[in-house]
Design a protein. Structure first.
Length: 142
C-alpha cells in the first residue's frame, strides 16, 4: 500500500517533469491513501501556479478537474486528533512544517506504525527525509 503526499499528486493533475514517474507509480497501484486535507493542499499548489502565471486558466481548470476525479477514488485518513498528536512529535524530531508533519502523521496512522511494509510517495525533500527516518519505503521521484 502507498501513502501519497500532495507534492506527488500535483504531477498527476498538471504536467511537470515528475508526471511520468508519478503516473507510472499510479498505474502500478492506483489505490491512493492520503491525509484528509490533501485536496486542499493540491488546490493551493494549482492556484499558486495560476497566480504566478506559470499555468493558464485553462490548464488550472483541467488540473482542478483531475484533482477532483482523483479525490473521488482515494482513501483518506480522517482521524484528526490522532494525527495532530503525532504531528507534534514529528515537528520536534524532524523540523517539519505543520502541514508536512500532518501528512507524515497520517501516513503513520495509515500504516498502523508498520512503516517497513508501507510505501510513502513524495517529491518534498524534507518530508522524504523524515519519512525515511520513520522507516517508510520511499518513492521520491526520478
Amino acid at each position: 500500500m502507498r501513502f501519497w503526499d500532495s507534492s506527488a499528486l500535483v504531477p498527476l493533475c498538471l504536467n511537470s517533469t515528475q508526471t511520468k514517474y508519478c503516473l507510472d507509480l499510479f498505474k502500478k497501484d492506483s489505490h491512493i491513501i492520503v491525509w484528509c486535507l490533501t485536496l486542499s493542499e493540491i488546490w493551493s499548489a494549482l492556484c499558486r501556479q495560476a497566480r504566478d502565471q506559470t499555468i493558464s486558466d485553462d490548464h488550472l481548470q483541467t488540473a482542478k478537474k483531475r484533482a477532483r476525479k482523483l479525490s473521488d477514488s482515494w482513501s483518506e485518513v480522517v482521524i484528526v486528533e490522532k494525527a495532530r498528536e503525532r504531528s507534534l512529535r514529528l515537528m520536534e524530531v524532524h523540523g517539519l512544517k505543520a502541514a508536512d508533519s500532518l501528512q507524515l502523521a497520517a501516513a503513520l496512522i495509515a500504516a498502523d506504525e508498520q512503516t517497513r511494509q508501507f510505501e510513502f510517495v513524495s517529491l518534498d525533500k524534507r518530508l522524504i527525509s523524515a519519512a525515511q527516518k520513520e522507516g517508510f519505503v520511499i518513492h521520491a521521484g526520478a
